[in-house]
Design a protein around this ligand. Sequence first.
Ligand code: EPZ
Length: 429
Amino acid sequence: MDSIKVVGGAELNGIIPISGAKNAALPLMIASLLTDETLTLSNVPRLRDVAQLTQILQNHGVDYSVNGKRNGQDELEGQTVHLTAREIVDTTAPYELVSKMRASFWVVGPLLARCREARVSLPGGCAIGTRPVDFFIDGLAALGADIEIEAGYVVVKAPNGLKGAQVVFPKVSVGATHTIMMAATLASGETEIVNAACEPEVVDLANCLKAMGAEIEGAGTPTIRIQGKPRLHGAHHAVVADRIETGTYAMAVAMTGGNVLLQGARGDLLESALHTLRQAGAEITEEANGLRVRRNGNGIQAVDITTEPFPGFPTDLQAQFMALMTKAEGRSCITETIFENRFMHVQELARLGAQIHIEGRSAFVDGVGTLRGAPVMATDLRASVSLVIAGLAAEGETSVSRVYHLDRGFERLEDKLTRCGAQIERISG
Ligand code: EPZ
């Protein structure tokens, strides 16, 4: 299993190109199931989750091809992929594939809407919490589907097609919003999603669906209205910039000091996190082609945060922010409200000398002057990157094992950081 070795102490200076968002690319790829024409997506990041979803889509009959690299193209530039679901050859998404990645469960919406039936494995638990699928089931039932759970599979049928309806989510869910929105594009009549997720990835998916001929209003607000159409067509769509990757590198610079341009980053997609970072002492400015993050000699101030659905502070940046707070002046309180088990990085950060104690859903971090390198273990995607960031600011060597988690969601992390002066390398084995 590969590990990553970081020798801390170097400032970050230079340019980091921001990739297309993993969490937008995944639902966008799934949207290809809604039409028999080709959906072309550009700025798709090269990630393990994208490769995993490709396998799942191919199993349903989606033809997948990638443009070759062109002369003069930066090696970090995203790829352009073509997905054509001319015919759905299999409406089952098997356990072996779905169990590896929760987002693959979302195929249930498009498959049901287009083929009037689907059989999709339950995604199972996951390291950050139980993550049930009740909102998906209730939402699809509201659109008229018959649903049964058989031997670990959700079996959905709508022999006469889905019918538009009001779907009210008891709590904001990104995945359930994506899924019901996609299903409703091919339902008859109007669907209204109440308490919809407002995340930028939902807006990106809605924009792509509109380019495919869907009629959608209100994406990015808590109420989304979709007028169903008999069919959708092919389209070309560019994946939105990754706000979590942006926030992660911004926190890395805040922690190590230096001056980095996050090229292609969009500040409007993470205002709450940027506001918090400014309060902590980072200087962040919008430039024509991205965001510039600087921190000079000054220390980092402790700031309290609570994770919330968009536009609040994102849960996917909580671990990275905690890494930053380990070196802040004073005590910060970090409260996680989205997932019940997303503090697994705490004990690993403690191995580097961080002082953190957990009370219920809150972690209290007492800043320390110095972190010291140590062997640590990655436990999930965002937790892993928080350990890399902490390692960049620690004295001596940190080795992060189980980095396959990182490869799920950070495109060429070592390359991007090395280009800015970090001492980081992947050790195969
Ligand atoms: C998406 O997961 C993201 N994944 C997650 O990013 C992100 O942490 C999360 O949204 C919250 O922002 C992708 O986009 C691929 P939810 P999702 O449904 O859609 C509860 C990362 O690191 N819930 O919005 O699965 C659920 O348990 C990942 O990139 C139900 O109770 O999250 C959670 O407490 C990890 N019943 C809350 O809603 C349901 O049927 C929000 O989860 C569905 C969800």
